[in-house]
Ligand binder design. Sequence first.
Ligand code: ZN
Length: 139
Amino acid sequence: MNTLNSIIISSNLQKKLIQIALTSLPFESCALLFGSISKNIITVRFVEQMENTKQSSIEFNMDPDELFKKYQDLSYPNFNIVGIFHSHPGPPIPSSTDIMYMKINPIPWVIYSTTSNELKSFLLDEQLSDISIKNKFVE
Ligand SMILES: [Zn+2]
């Protein structure tokens, strides 16, 4: 059952994600979100831009070697990869390809639309659900 209901991304990190998306145009951009999970709330602490090896405006792919390196990166020893970010030059809704990869990566997928300027987060557990994005912790 999906009990995760929110992801905290500070305004500064949201700005960074938007900047990554805009500077990658016309291609989709992608990034890893590092942070921590406690009490069903994810807090993003760092954002690491990844190269979109597809160089495509309709899909993205991360280089497996770069991904492996980031997973082993000791710069953030206390943090895990808690989300996957990418941008869409269209609505911020997971594509059928996204859904396929979301099934094997059941962590929040954060999508920014460079056309509607919306930042959204989704999780595919048993079903696809919206995860609300907050910019600070609220009890
Ligand atoms: Zn997508």
